[in-house]
Design a binder for this molecule. Sequence first.
Ligand code: TRP
Ligand code: SF4
Length: 340
Amino acid sequence: MTRKRVLSGMRPSGKLHLGHFHGVLENWLKLQNLSPNASIGEENECFFFVADWHALTTEYNNPSGIKDNISDMVIDWLSAGIDPERSTIFLQSAVKEHAELHLLLSMITPLSWLERNPTYKEQLAEVKDKDLHTYGFLGYPVLQTADIIVYKANAVPVGIDQAPHLELSREITRRFNFLYGETFPEPQTLLTETPKLLGTDGRKMSKGYNNAIFLSDPPDVIEKKILPMMTDPARMKRMDKGTPEKCPVYFLHRIYSTTETIAWVEEGCRSAGIGCIECKKSLIPSIIKRLEPFQKKRQELIKKPDIVNDVLNKGNKKAKKIAQATMEEVRKALRLEVRG
Ligand code: TRP
Ligand code: SF4
């Protein structure tokens, strides 16, 4: 079995919601736990990090919130089963080598590659409450490339929205190897298969939209969020027939309910045999039950105030060692080694 180095990061957005869990974390867990019979250390070698510098590309106005968001997010990772004994969990800004490599990569990255990045163009057009016309924001994928290749990662699990960034990372890596000699493996994108999951208002689940159900939401909050959830607008009255595929409640059923319940929803919705409140009420306990082990573990973890720092300190050291070794090579490749 070839042991792959897997690396991925998340911006510290605070407490994680169901979209993060099914969209990213579940996949990280799979990769971490691949070949469950192998003894510890024989699985993929996983690196998961908090991309706090990336958060600054958009939150430079208000950096003070980032710290709390880091702890909240790392606690959620640990509660979900990301295991610091098996995976290296670290903080981007604690490993300064990312910044040095970012600088060097910025020398060889054509502006046109960055300017035509679809994510960049989209965000510039959409985000109105922040000025994103900055050098740092344009260079977001260059920093992301440094994050990846400074560990010579082979595979990067990300959602489809990150695919253009990864494509750029491969291009920048190829250009480096071409200019200075074969130094880095080209990182492969591991596209995460994600179940369709929408927020309570039918839009994409996002903290910013105020439509998210968080992994740490207690049972009464979950109930309060599900009951008024948007449904298929065709079901105005109880007798109106609906289409489950047009309803965000249905997509949650698909994730959290048994096959029988899903069939009951599909049939009952199409025939107006069930009402939306009934449908939602059958969903609530299954979400609560599914989150229970996570929340129990979370309760235990928050009793240990140093846990996040301890985990990050240990991971930072491991990450740093690798990043330092890579940078020695990089400086040599660029003839930047000065001997005194
Ligand atoms: N841009 C990623 C996101 O928003 C986070 C990220 C930063 C990342 N650096 C990375 C992901 C390196 C994978 C690899 O989700
Ligand atoms: Fe949605 Fe269920 Fe109502 Fe159908 S019955 S519209 S799936 S809440």
